[in-house]
Design a protein around this ligand. Structure first.
Ligand code: FMN
Length: 426
């Protein structure tokens, strides 16, 4: 496997997960230009359209430009709960253009279509760019709704003065895409506190072959590792994600290294170790693999099935601990009992700086779940408990804990010897 070519640092919206909500304004066509700018900036944009918006523009336009399915219907057969998934994953929701109707729904908490329902379910920042006729914008009800939203922390952009679609001149025009982009950046790109860090993350399960068609594996979904990789990227780090087989999409802006076996994962991690400043081993790497995988497919009748011998795989963290210079090493302990004890023991045994223990037998935690509760133990012995929360939020808390242990401040690490970095997965 070749040496990593880590991604170049790209500030701003790069790698951010955005929802672009488009509503039924005559200015809906301008959302196409905005989408193109967001994509050019490296944001990953999922477009959600109201039914009225689809009267102005075809979802196909947005689908092609975003490279993602467009969500238009809360009840569409193949989109069940998609509104919640999008709300959960988004770093920000941008509604541009926003109709007077949508402003009212947001202000009142109405949820009778996919976009308003999503906005109500989301905890991420909401940025709204109203566009409407001047008289509508000046109407006391519309103004009151805009004020209500601002008071609630929503960024409501001022519409611009100028020629309106009706031919009248007034205040109600959608600001141009550069203005909207700046507002999004101002709201979402405050934290670049991991700039200068080079982060190696492992995620997902490994698969160990029994024969050419069967393997043993585990229930790891990769969600926690992906959330960590994305969080580090969002906070300005260069990130390499070494992932076992998962159902998740390779994140943009991150060098993605797919692997299958524990051996492949070990090689991928170890070969990039000197490049890294922080290593987060969130993968559920197999501890044992079949000692002698069969070259041919085992038949149903074969006695080999009665006894498959296993041998230990390489302990990647132990290998890293022996080779480390100043890297911060973070491990995970997926347990079903005595989580704190096991986590503390593993921290010491493997020479880690931080360990994230979680009880995978608890409902709403661990494998496959979108939420996780965790106990963090660091090398100073400090124990921090986090109740169940979305994995992306827990990822931020874990990064905060790592940051407290980082030997040099971000931005002061030596340059990669490989020189030019290239982004491989955007
Ligand atoms: C040609 C046309 C243009 C419209 N332009 C706007 C507009 O710019 N802003 C606005 O608030 N409503 C506008 N409307 C009215 C909205 O489409 C209407 O209120 C609709 O119910 C909004 O639905 P939505 O908020 O779910 O997208 C327009 C309607 C038509 C027919």
């Amino acid at each position: 496997m070749s040496q990593a070519s880590p991604p170049a640092p790209q500030p701003g919206l790069f790698g951010k997960q955005l929802v672009l909500g488009v509503t039924g304004s005559i200015a809906a066509y301008k959302a196409v230009v905005l989408l193109r700018r967001l994509v050019q900036e490296g944001a990953e944009v999922s477009v959600v359209m109201t039914e009225s918006a689809t009267r102005f523009l075809s979802p196909l336009t947005f689908e092609i430009l975003s490279g993602r399915a467009v969500t238009t219907d809360l009840f569409a057969a193949n989109q069940g709960m998609r509104h919640l998934a999008l709300a959960d994953q988004a770093d920000g929701i941008v509604i541009a253009p926003a109709t007077a109707n949508m402003l009212a729904k947001l202000a009142l908490g109405l949820a009778d279509d996919v976009l308003s329902t999503m906005a109500l379910a989301a905890t991420c920042p909401l940025i709204v760019a109203p566009a409407m006729d001047g008289e509508m914008w000046n109407h006391p009800t519309v103004q009151a709704h805009a004020e209500t939203l601002r008071a609630r922390g929503v960024t409501v952009l001022q519409p611009e003065e100028g020629m309106l679609a009706s031919g009248d001149v007034g205040k109600g025009r959608l600001p141009d895409e550069t203005t909207i982009l700046s507002a999004i950046e101002a709201r979402l790109c405050l934290r670049q506190d991991w700039a200068g860090q080079r982060v190696l993350v492992s995620a997902g399960p490994t698969q160990e072959a029994i024969d050419p068609v069967r393997f043993i594996s585990n229930r790891s979904s990769g969600k926690m590792g992906y959330a960590l990789a994305l969080a580090a990227r969002r906070r300005g780090a260069e990130v390499v994600l070494v992932s076992g087989p998962t159902a998740l999409r390779a994140p943009a802006g991150i060098e993605y290294v797919p692997v299958n076996t524990a051996e492949e994962m070990g090689k991928a991690i170890v070969s990039r170790f000197t490049w890294s400043t922080v290593v987060i081993m969130a993968a559920a790497v197999a501890d044992f693999r079949p000692a002698r995988p069969s070259h041919g497919k085992l038949k149903k009748t074969e006695s080999a099935w009665r006894r498959i011998e296993f041998e230990p795989t390489e302990d990647i963290l132990e290998t890293l601990a022996k080779q480390r210079a100043t890297q911060v090493l973070v491990g995970f302990a997926a347990e079903t009992e005595a989580v704190l004890d096991h986590a503390q023991q593993k921290l010491v045994r493997k020479g880690l700086d931080l360990i994230v223990g979680n009880n995978v037998a608890t409902e709403g935690c661990g494998f496959g779940s979108d939420t996780n509760a965790a106990i963090l133990v660091d090398r100073t012995g400090r124990v921090t408990r986090f109740d169940a929360m979305p994995k992306r939020e827990l990822a931020e808390r874990i990064l905060d804990a790592v940051q407290a242990l980082t030997p040099t401040s971000p931005g002061h690490h030596p340059e990669s010897p490989s020189g030019a970095h290239k982004r491989t997965n955007a």
